[in-house]
Design a protein around this ligand. Structure first.
Ligand code: G1P
Length: 285
C-alpha cells in the first residue's frame, strides 16, 4: 500500500499577504532561494509520490509556469553560457508530473480536497498544505506514509501547541498506542481553548483513505462557513483507523507575514553563503 498522488490545495487568495498576492501566488513567495511551493513538492517526491495534483484557482498561473518549460529563458541562458542555471531550469520542469485542477469557488479545504476526486478516486493519497514548510532528516509526508504502510488507514501529522495557539488549528484527540503515534477518536476545527480535546494540532500533512471522498460530499459548512476537511476526518474515524503522528523535524509557518519573514531569516542563518550577511544586518556589526 503506497501513496502515489499528492494534493496541494493552492487556490487560497492569500489575503494575509496583500497587496503582494494581488498578482503573485503566495506559494511563489521566496523562502531563501526558491518558492515556498517547491519545498512541499520536493517533500512529496522524496516521499514516493509520482503525481502532484495542484488544486488551483484564478491568479495562480505563476505556479503552473514555474513547473513548466520556459523555452525563451532556457535559450538565452544557453546562448550566454550559463549552463548551470540552464540545467537547473530544465530540472524544475522535469522534476514532477503536475496535474492542475481548478477550484472554482473558495469553499474551504474540504472542498479543495474533493476537487481532486477525479484524479485520486479509489486510492490512498497525500495532502500537503504548502504554507507549512518542514525541514528535517526525513520528509514529514514520508513519516506518515511509513505509518500507513505499517498500520493501514489514514494518517495525519500532529504537533503539540501552546494554549494561545490551540484556536488556530484543527485539534485531535486519541489514545497513544506507540510513542508519538495516536489512534485518533475525534477532532475539532479551530476550537476555543476551553473546548479543545487536547493540545495536539493537525499540521498540514495527511495520508487519506479514499473513503474520505463520500464523507466530504455529505459535509455541510463548518468553522468559518467553509467545508472543513477536519469535520470529514472526524466522521472517517468512526469507520476506519486514523492515526495521528507527532512528526520529527522543524516546522516553518509561512502562512503569515511574520512566520514567512522569520522562516527566511532562520533558514538564511543556516545557509553558508547568506549567514554572514544576515548577522551583519541584524547585529549592525
Ligand atoms: C488548515 C486545517 C487545520 C490545520 C491547519 C494547519 O487550516 O483546516 O485543521 O490545523 O491547516 O496549518 P488553515 O490554516 O487552512 O485555516
Amino acid at each position: 500500500m503506497t501513496v502515489k498522488k499528492c494534493l496541494f490545495p493552492v487556490a487560497g487568495l492569500g489575503t494575509r499577504f496583500l497587496p503582494v498576492t494581488k498578482e503573485l501566488a503566495k506559494e511563489m513567495l521566496p523562502l531563501v532561494n526558491r518558492p515556498i511551493i517547491s519545498y512541499g513538492v520536493e517533500e512529496a517526491l522524496a516521499s514516493g509520490c509520482e503525481n502532484i495534483v495542484m488544486i488551483t484557482g484564478r491568479a495562480k498561473h505563476s505556479i503552473e509556469n514555474y513547473f513548466d518549460r520556459s523555452f525563451e529563458l532556457e535559450d538565452i541562458l544557453k546562448k550566454r553560457g550559463k549552463l548551470e542555471l540552464y540545467y537547473k531550469m530544465i530540472h524544475i520542469s522535469e522534476m514532477a508530473d503536475v496535474i492542475y485542477i481548478r477550484q472554482h469557488e473558495p469553499l474551504g479545504l474540504g472542498h479543495a480536497v474533493l476537487c481532486g476526486e477525479p484524479v485520486c478516486k479509489g486510492e490512498y493519497f497525500g495532502v500537503i498544505l504548502p504554507d507549512d514548510v518542514f525541514v528535517g532528516a526525513e520528509p514529514v509526508l514520508s513519516q506518515l506514509v511509513k505509518v500507513h504502510e505499517r498500520l493501514g488507514g489514514s494518517v495525519i501529522a500532529l504537533e503539540r501547541v501552546s494554549d494561545e495557539d490551540v484556536s488556530r488549528y484543527g485539534i485531535a484527540s486519541g489514545e497513544e498506542v506507540e510513542p508519538g503515534i495516536f489512534k485518533l477518536d475525534g477532532m475539532v476545527e479551530k476550537p476555543k481553548l476551553a473546548d479543545a480535546p487536547s493540545h495536539y494540532a493537525i499540521m498540514g500533512r495527511y495520508v487519506l483513505s479514499p473513503e474520505i471522498v463520500p464523507l466530504l460530499h455529505k459535509q455541510q459548512a463548518g468553522a468559518g462557513g467553509e467545508i472543513q476537511l477536519t469535520d470529514a476526518i472526524r466522521e472517517l474515524v468512526k469507520s476506519e483507523p486514523v492515526w495521528g503522528v507527532v512528526y520529527q523535524g522543524r516546522r516553518f509557518d509561512c502562512g503569515t507575514q511574520k512566520g514567512w519573514l522569520s522562516a527566511n531569516i532562520q533558514l538564511a542563518l543556516e545557509d553558508e553563503e547568506l549567514r554572514d550577511v544576515v548577522i551583519r544586518i541584524v547585529t549592525g556589526k
